[in-house]
Design a protein around this ligand. Structure first.
Ligand SMILES: Nc1ncnc2c1ncn2[C@@H]1O[C@H](COP(=O)(O)OP(=O)(O)O)[C@@H](O)[C@H]1O
Ligand SMILES: [Mg+2]
Length: 212
C-alpha cells in the first residue's frame, strides 16, 4: 500500500503564490509518517489536495496505483480519512453512535455490520460508555477519538491527522500514539511535536518553502 505524490503544484487563486511548488513524496502504508514543516509551509494545504477538497494546478496523487483524479470527492473520502486540527468542526450528529453510524449507512452496510463496527471502534477508543451521549458535551480529546472512530469504522486505506496532539495532555497524547500504532491503514501525522514523532512515527517527510 502506498500514497505517491508526484510533482504537485498548487496556488490559492486569491493570492497566486505557489504554496506547493513541485512537491513529490512517497508514503508507504505500513508506516506511520510524520509530515513536518514550519507554520504556513503548506501542510494543511497538502492534506486538502490529497483529500480532493482542493484541486492542484498540476501533478498527480496516486493511491495504491489508482490516480485520485479519476475518483469523486466522496470516493476519495472513503479511501482516505482526514481528522482536522479542530475535530469538533467535523461532528454533526446528536449522539456518539449516530456520528459513527452515519458514514456506515452511506457505505450501504447492513444494520448488523454497522452495529458491530460501531461497538468495535467505540471499544477501541474507550468510548463505549459515551454511546448515547451528545457529542458536543465531550472533551476535546474525546471529540477527537469520536471523529477517529467514525472514520476508522469506514475502513479507509489511509488516515491523515492534522496536528492531532496540539491540545492534548501527555496522557492523551500517549493514548493516541499507541492507538494509531495499532491500526492497519497508512497513517500520516502532521505534527511539530518532536517527542511524539520520535516515539510513534517510523519516518519523517519534511516540507520546506521553495522560492521561485
Ligand atoms: N484559503 C486560503 N487562501 C489563500 N491563502 C491561504 C489559504 N489557506 C492557507 N493559505 C496560505 O497558504 C500557506 C500555507 O498554509 P497551510 O497549508 O495552512 O500551512 P501549514 O498547515 O503548514 O501551517 C500560508 O501562507 C497560508 O497563509
Ligand atoms: Mg496547518
Amino acid at each position: 500500500m502506498s500514497l505517491i505524490i508526484e510533482s504537485l503544484v498548487f496556488s490559492y487563486e486569491n493570492t497566486g503564490n505557489k504554496i506547493i511548488n513541485d512537491f513529490s513524496a512517497e508514503f508507504s502504508g505500513d508506516r506511520i509518517t510524520a509530515l513536518t514543516g514550519r507554520n504556513g509551509v503548506g501542510k494543511t494545504t497538502l492534506s486538502r489536495l490529497i483529500m480532493g477538497i482542493l484541486e492542484p494546478q498540476s501533478g498527480e496523487i496516486i493511491l495504491d496505483g489508482e490516480n485520485m483524479k479519476d475518483k469523486t470527492l466522496a470516493e476519495r473520502g472513503r479511501l482516505i480519512g482526514y481528522v482536522m486540527q479542530n475535530p469538533a468542526r467535523q461532528i454533526f450528529s446528536s449522539s456518539v453512535e449516530e456520528e459513527i453510524d452515519y458514514g456506515l449507512k452511506n457505505l450501504g452496510l447492513s444494520q448488523e455490520e454497522r452495529e458491530k463496527r460501531t461497538t468495535q471502534y467505540l471499544e477501541y477508543f474507550g468510548m463505549e460508555s459515551y454511546r448515547k451521549s451528545f457529542p458536543f458535551l465531550l472533551s476535546h480529546g474525546e471529540k477527537q477519538r469520536l471523529v477517529l472512530a467514525a472514520i476508522l469504522a469506514m475502513k479507509p486505506k489511509y488516515l491523515i491527522l492534522d496536528e492531532p496532539t496540539a491540545s492534548l495532555d501527555l496522557k492523551r497524547r500517549a493514548f493516541l500514539g499507541e492507538h494509531l500504532k495499532g491500526l492497519d491503514c497508512g497513517v500520516i501525522i502532521i505534527s511539530h511535536d518532536a517527542e511524539f514523532i520520535r516515539t510513534y512515527c517510523d519516518e519523517v517527510v519534511a516540507m520546506e518553502k521553495v522560492y521561485e
